[in-house]
Design a protein around this ligand. Structure first.
Ligand code: FAD
Length: 460
């Protein structure tokens, strides 16, 4: 175990650290907790940073003491990469400023922000940039791995809106980059994860996003064949302004759910339309013609839509996730999805199939580190449980993913990879050419692999 001289923490040479928490300190247990309750690690030090100088000081101290570094943005890494056992957790959650330049349509966002706070700040001006679909997910990790959400078919990924960044590199140096000053690093930040430095400011291009026509509909699971069948009819020809997702979940006892569906398995369809709400696409009528038991279709603020599914994935529950990019689907997938849903061991399990493409596919394959721009769908199989052994849940998740793997188009979303999938799946998530380029960039910026608690690009 590394012994860290107190003087190095309390009175370091150069800039000081921010708030420091050690085991036993008030607030330590709360600060080490991440979204996935299955992760229980105890860092030797948590450096709660407020400024770029404090982040740089933390990196230098970790390097001089040999402490392993974990970087926490929003804390939603599913395998828990943002917290370490022993070592130093660099906690960016105190850094939550957003500045919106409405004239240039650029937002400057600090790395401790979650999407809910970022969206509230940008939507105050009628603007937004694509983010994730759960408002308590972090801006930082989600963007660095790609970032897919409701607005992505219309406008592209979160990382496609990244126009510049300030970073602390693995040696503690502070740099500010954009496409002119360091295009290769910008290429790597757009999908290459947290491998190249600790981002202390993101600069995002903004889109004008008014209130939107959107809805979540649900039916008892017995209706799944016709609902998924309709989804498969609608999705391939959907205009890019339409974002459709089909889900197989257990209905919560929420006020908007009829009592007879509480705790019952249901099939859901979520639709979001970024086009003119006066001229909705035929998909809304197609699904409404199937007489859903729940239908929230209406004009909604984007910030509200972003919170629709928050309660289904609360902090502290235990989770295991498998994901895959899929090609076009055929009718056989309907039975496979229903069989997987029928085997769910927990009411908190979910299977989601999201249509992708649209603006995501406009960007060239080698323009960013993000692969699978040509995928047709993204599959997410998420197991959730509150207590008891993990095995049945993890096994269901793996089995369901295996059953649906027949439609894979070659790999997973890097931000959804589970720890037990191994290094080969990380390489596969990038593909050979992108991988070689990522390794070259990593060798330039972090040859000793100081920043390795991530979907790691190992420079060795
Ligand atoms: P963290 O755990 O803080 O960080 C994740 C990784 O990024 C870690 O390796 C960490 O070290 C690194 N990192 C964090 N901050 C920085 C930084 N400033 N500089 C460098 N590296 C950093 N993904 C989507 O694309 N779309 C979705 O709709 C979506 N929904 C999700 C919903 C939930 C409930 C969850 C748990 C995940 C979801 N994801 C989604 C996946 C999500 O993109 C990843 O989990 C992402 O890593 C979360 O980022 P974070 O900042 O919250 O996580």
């Amino acid at each position: 175990m590394t012994i860290i001289p107190d003087a190095l923490i309390d009175d370091p040479p150069g800039p000081r650290l921010g708030e420091v928490l050690r085991p036993g300190d008030a607030g330590y247990d709360e600060a080490r907790r991440v979204w996935n309750g299955a992760i229980d690690r105890r860092p030797a030090i948590i450096a709660r940073c407020r400024t770029v100088d404090e982040v740089a000081a933390a990196v230098r101290i970790a390097n001089s003491t040999g402490l392993e570094i974990a970087v926490r943005g929003g804390g939603h890494s599913i395998p828990g990469h943002s917290v370490c056992e022993g070592g130093m957790m660099i906690d960016l959650s105190p850094m939550q400023r957003v500045q919106v330049d409405t004239e240039r349509r650029i937002a400057r966002a600090e790395p401790g922000l979650v999407w809910g706070d970022y969206d509230a700040a940008t939507q105050a001006h009628g603007l937004a940039s694509p983010g994730g679909e759960i408002s308590h997910t972090g801006v930082a990790g989600l963007t660095l791995g790609g970032g897919i959400g409701w607005l992505s078919r219309a406008y592209g990924l979160a990382c496609d809106h990244l126009v510049g960044a300030e970073l602390v590199l693995a040696d503690g140096t502070i740099v500010d980059v954009d496409d002119e000053s360091d295009p290769e690093l910008m290429w790597g930040l757009r999908g290459g994860g947290g491998n190249f430095g600790i981002v202390t400011e993101f600069r995002f291009r903004l889109q004008r996003v008014p209130q939107l026509l959107a809805g979540m509909m649900a039916w008892p699971i017995a209706r799944a064949p016709e609902v998924i069948g309709t989804f498969l009819d609608v999705a391939p020809s959907a205009p890019r302004e339409l974002s459709p997702v089909v889900g197989l979940v257990v209905a919560p006892p929420a006020p908007f759910v009829p009592a007879e569906l509480h705790f019952q398995p249901v099939v859901t369809v979520s639709l979001l339309w970024t086009g003119d709400s006066a001229t909705p696409p035929a998909a809304f009528a197609a699904f409404q013609g199937l007489h859903p038991a729940i239908d929230t279709t209406g004009i909604h603020p984007y910030t509200e839509i972003q919170q629709w599914y928050d309660d289904g994935v609360p902090h502290g529950r235990r989770y295991h996730v498998r994901s895959e990019w899929l090609g076009e689907l055929d009718d056989d997938v309907v039975g496979a999805l229903i069989a997987c849903a029928g085997a769910m061991p927990s009411p908190f399990d979910q299977i989601l199939v999201r249509r992708v493409g649209g603006a995501i596919a406009d960007v060239g394959a080698d323009a960013t580190a993000f692969r699978f721009r040509d995928a047709a769908y993204m599959l997410t199989v998420a197991a959730g449980w509150d207590d008891g052994p993990a095995d049945p849940h993890v096994q269901w998740c793996r089995d369901s993913w295996s059953a649906l793997h027949a439609w894979s188009c070659g790999g997973s979303y890097v931000n959804h990879l589970a720890a037990d999938e191994g290094a080969d799946r990380v390489r596969e998530a990038y593909g050979a050419a992108t991988w070689d380029r990522l390794v070259a960039l990593k060798r330039r910026l972090d040859p000793a692999n100081v920043l390795h608690l991530n979907q790691n690009v190992d420079p060795t």
